[in-house]
Design a protein around this ligand. Structure first.
Ligand code: 26Y
Length: 807
């Protein structure tokens, strides 16, 4: 019935039109005459959502009927962006949706553009979770995403005089038309209190405080709606709306206080993605959503299976980084305290279900929780963590031998969540080949020696639906003409266009599609920011969180050096460029915020220069997010992936750019290595130190001042910044930044600068030959099949989860 409705909707706009009309009237309560853009969006979203519901139930029936093993993807972040356009694309009803809106006299693109981004994530890790949801539904893995329904997602970024200003994000002030509240799925989650030993020998945890986790479900339709999984997000609610004692005294404020406090747990996404602050509220968030998710999946298992020891046959839990690592002890607690298993058996059952993905090697980014905080908030879990630590030591070391500190979960008064996750997991994976190799050699060296089969690689991927078919219709239709439909779910098919790189006609059409996207971006910048750029110039883009290791600083220094050279030597062959930056800094990350200001200061100076205006513009649109990425990436000629080698675990923006026919300038870091292997050395600009060379330079006492002294161009720019050329109103502004560059430079900006400058001049030379550039662009798109998240998910399904992938 539901699939029939979907089939009809694909062939008859009339059905969809009626459904929209009825929703406007009966769900939204507006007439067509009175409806606002937001009302139309709600009506269309509801009508589209209706089409997903029956296939959703059908999927659930299939999973039960086949008694499938399910995947539970636990993530603190799901950076899903907008949902309407994506659902319409996946269902294949865009023509009808457009026509229906047109008949009502409403512009479909404006309706789609009215949707706020669901920004429930910081960056790569959260967006990866969103791409995985799309792929799990497309390849037919029975899966649930589990996370937090933050009332406020990632802050909005504004610039005031070039400085980042954070503003609250409030996507939930409007109705979220995609979710279903599940009043029946509510679990009490405890914190604090005491652990008691019962007379029968059982242990019980008696929490001091309890918060309710309330489920909200969003359906996740895969390609053509053949399979629909669920994203279940937990919202914190108080157990009691009012505290009755103060209420009866007439102190209504005090009566409401406990509810406000309880609901704080799901109030806001922590905007930091590198330095954990060790905040109690964050620990509570982690336990809150992890415990609710485990409770939920155990209930689902127990409803149809008798023997809890068989849990690993039907359940695969993926921990997206260490944020849900408390799942290890919590699952053991459920098995021991609530199901009566012995510890040793419980631990084996838990470990049979759990898998952990690591996303960073940077020691300062690894989560550590102070032992006293853990005892206070999670006393039973702390007991179990000690037990797990000890059991692991006993099983891996002869009794009389000392244990290296590096394999202790509890160390120096902290619980090391990476080690806890590793020890609690059946498989541990890295997110690119290089990153996985470095995991084995660095952070997890000793644990890897003890468990040599545990670490596996699953190189990241991105969904080609959103990141090619959806955001780049111009290129998508050319690809469909060339290879036929089917590439959307089998991206390897794009290989067929590789030979067409030598076909002048095809190259021209490929370049035309790029130009179409560049014209759209030009209009977007004009409309939203009143910035005028030359759409024929090279669009050179670096978009990602602002971090020292990602080296936006090196990019802007090189831009300033190029500007200096243009002025010195007006006839030098610089390619005209628009250099675009996008990204947010963590609010507490002072150096990252100073880098933002520097980009804007240099931009202000350079953009005001009439002499170089025809060759160089610097643009930094504020509030970079998923929907901005969907406009920028298709329009890029050059993709900046210039992290210090060994520091970017994978990167996923790099894949999106290459898929959309941008050439990469980058270091041999993360997945750049695998991109080079596929596009070939001639179609990518690789420069700089390798990961091993970076390590070696550090060991030999790297001195950035020597690198500066050896590079007149770099020395000149650093001196200009130090002397206040770009900040005449405050010449001292960049003192800290300059001191760091000259005296410390941990991220090797100075060491790689000359190589980067030289690589950029190679880019300029390549741009001069439009034919050769277009050829390279085609040869970037063609081999991107490897970077489809469908491939990644099939890899996890086979090597990690051992589940079916079949619609
Ligand atoms: C603990 C807390 C402060 C924290 C919160 C978020 C720590 C880290 C993060 C997010 C990390 C992240 O986004 N990592 C990125 O994951 C991508 C997906 O695997 C990688 O492509 C990318 O290289 C990595 O930086």
């Amino acid at each position: 019935h539901g699939l029939q409705a979907l089939a009809r909707a694909r062939t008859a706009s009339g059905d969809l039109e009626n459904a929209i009309h009825d929703h406007l009237l009966y769900s939204i309560g507006k007439t067509t005459a009175a409806a606002s853009l937001a009302d139309w969006r709600m009506a269309l979203s509801r009508a589209v959502r209706d089409l997903v519901v029956d296939p959703w139930f059908e999927t659930t029936r299939r999973i039960y009927a086949e008694d499938r093993k399910r995947v539970y993807y636990l993530s603190m972040e799901f950076l899903i962006g907008r949902l309407l356009e994506d659902a319409v694309l996946n269902l294949g009803i865009e023509d009808h949706a457009r026509r229906a809106m047109y008949r009502f006299g409403v512009n479909y693109d404006e309706v789609v553009d009215d949707e706020p981004d669901a920004a429930l994530g910081n960056g790569g890790l959260g967006r990866l979770a969103a791409c995985f949801l799309d792929s799990m539904s497309t390849v037919g893995v029975a899966a649930y995403g589990y996370g937090i329904r933050y009332e406020h997602g990632l802050f909005k970024q504004r610039f005031r005089e070039g400085w980042q200003i954070e503003q609250p994000e409030d996507w939930l002030t409007q109705v979220h038309p995609w979710e279903f509240q599940r009043s029946e799925s509510v679990y009490p989650i405890g914190f604090g209190g005491e652990v008691r030993q019962k007379e029968d020998g059982r242990t019980v945890w008696e929490p001091a405080e309890t918060v309710l986790a309330a489920a909200y479900d969003t359906p996740v339709p895969g390609w053509r709606g053949r399979w629909v999984n669920t994203l279940r997000l937990w919202s914190a609610q108080a157990t009691q709306v009012y505290d009755l004692e103060p209420f009866s005294r007439g102190d209504y404020l005090a009566a409401a206080a406990p509810a406000v406090l309880a609901e704080t747990i799901s109030r806001v996404l922590y905007p930091d993605d590198s330095t954990p602050q060790g905040k109690e509220l964050r620990l509570k968030q982690e336990f809150f959503f992890t415990a609710a998710s485990l409770r939920d999946l155990v209930r689902r298992f127990v409803a149809h299976h008798k023997d809890i020891r068989k849990l690993p046959e039907k359940v695969a839990v993926q921990l997206n980084d260490t944020h849900p690592a408390i799942a290890g002890p919590e699952l053991v607690r459920i098995l021991v305290d609530e199901h009566g298993l012995e510890f040793d058996e419980a631990f084996l059952v838990a470990r049979g279900c759990l898998h952990y993905t690591n996303h960073t090697l940077m020691p300062e980014a690894l989560e550590r929780w102070p032992v006293d905080l853990m005892w206070r908030v999670l006393p039973r879990h702390m007991q179990l963590i000690e037990r797990i630590d000890e059991a692991h030591a006993v099983s891996t070391h002869a009794a009389n031998q000392p244990r290296p500190d590096s394999v202790k979960i509890i160390d120096g008064g902290n619980v090391r969540m990476g080690d806890l996750a590793f020890i609690s997991a059946r498989k541990v994976n890295g997110v690119s080949a290089l990153h996985t190799d470095l995991m084995k050699r660095t952070v997890f060296r000793d644990l890897h020696a003890l468990h040599p089969d545990r670490i596996v690689n699953q190189t990241n991927g991105v969904t080609p639906r959103r990141w090619l078919a959806g955001c780049n219709p111009a290129l998508a239709s050319l690809l469909t003409e060339a290879v036929g439909h089917g590439w959307e779910t089998d991206l390897e098919q794009l290989k067929v266009i590789a030979p067409l790189a030598d076909d002048a006609g095809f190259r021209t059409r490929f370049s035309k599609a790029k130009q179409t996207n560049k014209d759209l971006l030009t209009k977007y910048l004009k409309a939203k920011l009143d910035i005028t750029v030359d759409p024929t110039a090279m669009f050179d883009i670096q978009i990602k969180r602002i971090h020292e290791y990602k080296r936006q600083l090196m990019n802007i220094l090189e831009a300033a050096a190029a500007w200096n050279e243009m002025k010195r030597n007006p006839s030098a062959p610089f390619a005209p460029r628009v250099r675009i930056f996008g990204g947010k800094a963590a609010p507490g990350y002072a150096m990252a915020k100073l880098i933002i200001k520097l980009i804007n200061d240099i931009g202000r100076t350079v953009n005001a220069d009439e002499e170089t205006r025809d060759r160089l513009a610097i643009v930094y649109p504020p509030n970079y997010n998923v929907s901005m990425a969907e406009v920028l990436i298709p329009a890029a000629d050059l993709s900046e992936q210039i992290s210090t080698a060994g520091m970017e675990a994978s990167g996923t923006g790099n894949m999106k750019f290459a898929m959309n026919g941008a050439l990469t300038i980058g270091t041999l870091d993360g997945a750049n290595v695998e991109i080079r292997e596929r596009v070939g050395d001639e179609n990518i600009f690789i420069f700089g130190k390798t990961a091993d060379e970076v390590t070696e330079a550090r060991e030999q006492g790297y001195d950035p001042s020597a690198a500066i002294a050896a590079s007149p161009r770099l020395a000149e720019v650093v001196e200009q910044i130090a002397s206040g050329l770009f900040s005449p109103e405050d010449p001292e502004r960049y003192r800290a930044l300059v001191d760091n560059l000259r005296g410390h430079d941990w991220f090797m900006v100075c060491a790689d600068f000359d190589a980067y400058y030289a690589a950029q001049r190679e880019v300029d030379a390549a741009w001069a030959d439009k034919n050769a550039w277009a050829r390279s662009a085609v040869l970037n798109t063609a081999p991107m099949g490897w970077f489809s998240s469908d491939r990644t998910i099939r890899g996890y399904a086979k090597d990690v989860w051992e589940v079916d992938a079949r619609v």
